[in-house]
Write a protein that binds this ligand. Structure first.
Ligand SMILES: N[C@@H](CCC(=O)N[C@@H](CS)C(=O)NCC(=O)O)C(=O)O
Length: 246
């Protein structure tokens, strides 16, 4: 059984899309990042970065001890390999996919994440003039939509000539275009690709997973939002948990 440590955000949606596309059985274990579950000593063993998603495979292919993984793209490579789907084996197509996985993890995810952080901070009106980071990340996000648009030029899919984990890893963040000040008319290849992926039954299903737990900071009560922001915006190094010491 695959156990996905989950909270409904774009980074975990990448993984639920893949699980649903592969039609694999899985169990969700909620890591409520607004309440600090990501700092629980047991979770830190699986994900020392105190971030979800993370995955434990309780029945790995080698029949050995459970396998645990953090970082969404590594999780997706593992699941795709296990299922034998969406990650071609031949060297050219495999690395065509792999480069987009790395691009997403190093560029689209972090830059859109920081843009979201400063947009939320700006909405509070107590942090002074945030125009510099808002311009910086707004421009970067615009540039990154351009990268996707180039990558999709005269291509149906990002990599390997087929629907793969490269598309699934980039889709959930790209789908946020409207709230990030992007005009999709500038990026027609991205618009076409978003529309096609958005119509897939597995992808539609994942949009609803976890909606009962969390629907975004704007849907929260003010005190809950305050706690959420405090917890996520002011993190410093976690010391080795006492529970880890023998
Ligand atoms: N590079 C990581 C990013 C994961 C990530 O940033 N997760 C966020 C939610 S989207 C999280 O768990 N945040 C908890 C925190 O900031 O303490 C991945 O792709 O798995």
């Amino acid at each position: 059984m695959l156990e996905l440590f989950f909270f409904p955000t774009p980074n975990s949606r990448k993984v639920t899309i893949l699980l649903e596309e592969c039609d694999l059985p899985y169990k969700l274990s909620i890591v409520h990042i607004g309440r600090g579950d990501q700092f629980h000593p047991e979770f830190l063993r699986i994900s020392p970065n105190n971030r979800m998603p993370a995955l434990t495979d309780h029945a790995p292919a080698d029949s050995g001890e459970p396998v645990s993984i953090f970082e969404s793209a590594a999780i997706m490579m593992y699941i795709a390999e296990k299922a034998g789907q969406f990650f071609p084996n031949d060297i050219r197509r495999r690395y065509d996919v792999t480069q987009w996985l790395f691009w997403q993890m190093a560029n689209q995810g972090p830059k859109m994440g920081e843009q979201g952080h400063f947009m939320r901070a700006d909405a509070e009106k107590k942090h002074g003039d945030l125009s510099y980071p808002l311009n910086r990340f707004g421009n970067e996000v615009h540039r990154l939509f351009g990268v996707l648009n180039l990558g999709l030029f005269e291509k149906e899919w990002l990599a390997a000539g087929e629907y793969t984990i490269a598309d699934m890893v980039c889709y959930p963040w790209a789908a946020l275009w409207k709230s990030r000040g992007i005009d999709l008319r500038e990026f027609p290849n991205v618009e076409r690709w978003l529309n096609v992926i958005g119509e897939r039954p597995a992808v539609k299903k994942t949009a609803l997973i976890g909606q009962d737990i969390y629907q975004g900071p704007d849907k929260m009560a003010p005190d809950e939002r305050e706690q959420f922001t405090r917890l996520l915006a002011n993190q410093r190094a976690v010391v080795i948990p006492a529970e880890w010491r023998r």
